[in-house]
Design a protein around this ligand. Sequence first.
Ligand SMILES: N[C@@H](CCC(=O)N[C@@H](CS)C(=O)NCC(=O)O)C(=O)O
Length: 123
Amino acid sequence: MKAVRWVLGLIVMGLHFLTLPRRGKRSPQAQQQVEQALAGYALYQLPTCPFCVKVRRSMRRLNLPLELRDVRSDGRHRQDLISGGGKMKVPCLRIDHADGHSEWMYESSDIVAFLEGRFALQK
Ligand SMILES: N[C@@H](CCC(=O)N[C@@H](CS)C(=O)NCC(=O)O)C(=O)O
């Protein structure tokens, strides 16, 4: 089972790198504002999870260098995800708000729709 998962992960990553989407472009000022806004965001994820790859591809299209937190290699991130978000499922987008509360967003399609709405590139 571990070997199957490993091979599938390799295929997912290979396809991802072979078809890397183009990184979106903004003016330097607009990009700086976006990156400041991203300070309170983190994506809990796994490198080879296809749903996480989907979110990372959308981050690349939107040029959103938000922090990635690997829940397998770092036990603290795994614990934070379970205690904060409520379940061990990735991807999960964490948004820390100015008033101190954190929002935990599961489901890759919801995360992509949220990022596309919040950080749309100007046409
Ligand atoms: N419908 C979810 C599927 C996410 C999903 O199945 N993630 C897997 C990793 S590829 C996971 O976290 N599994 C752990 C679990 O379900 O406990 C999405 O689109 O985000």
